[in-house]
Design a protein around this ligand. Structure first.
Ligand code: ADP
Length: 159
């Protein structure tokens, strides 16, 4: 049983994340999408909302689980008996931070390997941050996120 953790803020989940999940699913028997609290980033969607959007989008997908992530990623990986952490690499700009994280995680737990997956080219410019910016300014985000996320943005705006 090969299990991988795909951690992130998913604030909100985008088509880029979905692309990475699809790729990871081909490599592992099970992929646990782990949603970080991430108070430092002051998320737009609460943890529960982010989990719910993922459940509504990929909740029925075979071999995928969705879980909140608290504490150290490597501790969670060990607890889940996962052998790998999946991260997406969009551009060179992601590399420096991801490289540091991967090596630090290896120092903390040598048995968990970080694997980087590259999305389809059309998603390399896509991030939750930019989607939030477009959404905030009233732009069309339907090409970038799943339909449930579009609805969630509408609800947020009307609150
Ligand atoms: P974090 O706050 O951990 O960066 P994100 O939700 O922004 O969380 O991203 C989670 C992971 O998904 C990261 O590895 C990030 O690089 C990757 N990712 C985000 N957007 C994309 C995308 N469009 N294509 C590929 N990977 C992506």
């Amino acid at each position: 049983m090969r299990r991988a953790i795909y951690p992130g803020s998913f604030d909100p989940v985008t088509n880029g994340h979905l692309d990475v999940i699809e790729r990871a699913r081909k490599l592992f028997d099970e992929v646990v999408v782990a949603v970080a609290h991430n108070d430092q980033k002051q998320p737009l969607f609460t943890l529960e909302e982010r989990l719910e959007l993922l459940r509504a989008t990929i909740g029925n997908m075979d071999c995928v689980q969705i879980a909140p992530l608290d504490g150290l990623l490597v501790d969670f990986a060990v607890q889940q008996r996962a052998t790998a952490v999946i991260r997406g690499l969009r551009a060179v700009s992601d590399f420096e931070f991801e490289f540091q994280m991967a090596l630090m995680n290896r120092k903390l737990e040598a048995n968990v390997e970080t694997i980087f997956l590259m999305p389809k080219e059309e998603y390399t410019y896509l991030s939750s941050r930019i989607v939030k910016e477009i959404g905030r300014l009233g732009g069309d985000i339907t090409k970038f996120v799943p339909p449930k996320v579009v609805e969630a943005f509408r609800r947020k705006k009307s609150q």
